[in-house]
Write a protein that binds this ligand. Structure first.
Ligand code: APR
Length: 254
């Protein structure tokens, strides 16, 4: 099998102590979850303006709630793929290892990764827009199923929304602060399965670069970030990450 890593990359990886991983929808593609901007992506079928913003939710609560519930039902039955599991194993090979994900599918946690920073929230969590009460999934789904028009309401009367970051909304402050700190302190940074369009997530690899990290991109295509990275591993994360895990674990044990 052709080795993936250049000698410089090996040197940098094997001497790294603080690793940060930024993931996007691409890492969940091989689990069957559509990405957003690929040729068959979500945003090619529906515009984010129609679904993924507060005004749309407030004006068309039933349509938006049903759209998210449909995605939830798909994700509930979706399993992590080899890429997620490889990252879980890599976590144990370095003294400090954090995953910063833009994904709301919870697949990193399902694969057993422990240090996951969810920048854009999690579709399985829901909360009331008035009293901010959080609803566990089963409680939310029983409310959702028992409303005749799928407009889930809190006991206080407020609408219940998914705990995801919509366009135009602030990212969760603690998660964002932790993500920036992790990127600043990293000596090795992977950007995996993201088109690097959406900020502030797309700023993180640049921050890592500016602080001296070695930056590796894993993506079948080139992105706006590719020319700034030290190494672009072209291919699917579900194929590349297990090979990377094999090469790294072999060498770190020696
Ligand atoms: N392995 C790795 N990368 C892949 C794979 C794969 N198997 N399949 C596709 N990709 C890459 C695509 O080439 C693309 O660069 O994943 C990327 C997916 O890009 P987007 O669909 O834009 O998803 P993402 O970058 O996560 O979007 C960021 O935008 O709409 C918002 O909130 C949403 O979190 C999302 C954010």
């Amino acid at each position: 099998m052709k080795e993936l890593l250049t000698s410089i990359a090996k040197e940098r990886i094997y001497s790294s102590r603080k690793v940060a991983i930024l993931t996007g929808a691409g890492i969940s593609a091989e689990s069957g979850i559509p990405t957003f901007r690929d040729k068959d992506g979500l945003w090619t079928k529906i515009s984010p303006e129609e679904m993924a913003n507060f005004d749309a939710f407030y004006k068309n609560t039933q349509i938006v709630s049903e759209w998210y519930q449909k995605r939830r039902e798909i994700i509930e039955h979706t399993l992590p793929n080899a890429g997620h599991f490889a990252l879980r194993e890599l976590e144990h090979l370095f003294p400090s290892f954090h995953i910063i994900t833009q994904n709301i599918d919870g697949l990193h946690q399902k694969a057993g990764s422990e240090k996951v920073i969810e920048l854009h929230g999690n579709i399985m969590r829901n909360y009331c827009i008035d009293c901010k009460k959080y609803y566990e999934l089963d409680e939310f789904e029983s409310i959702y199923e028992h409303t005749e028009n799928h407009i889930p309401k809190c006991n206080c009367g407020g609408l219940i929304r998914p705990d995801v970051v919509w366009f135009g909304e602030q990212l969760p402050r603690k998660a964002l602060e932790k993500a920036f700190q992790t990127a600043e302190e990293a000596d090795l940074f992977f950007t995996i399965g993201t088109s690097a369009y959406v900020r502030p997530a797309a700023d993180l690899p640049i921050i890592a670069l500016q602080n001296g990290a070695y930056v590796i991109e894993i993506n079948p295509s080139k992105t706006g970030l590719t020319n700034f990275t030290h190494l672009h591993l072209q291919g699917k994360s579900g194929e590349i990450l297990p090979k990377l895990l094999e090469e790294i674990s072999l060498n770190l044990k020696q």
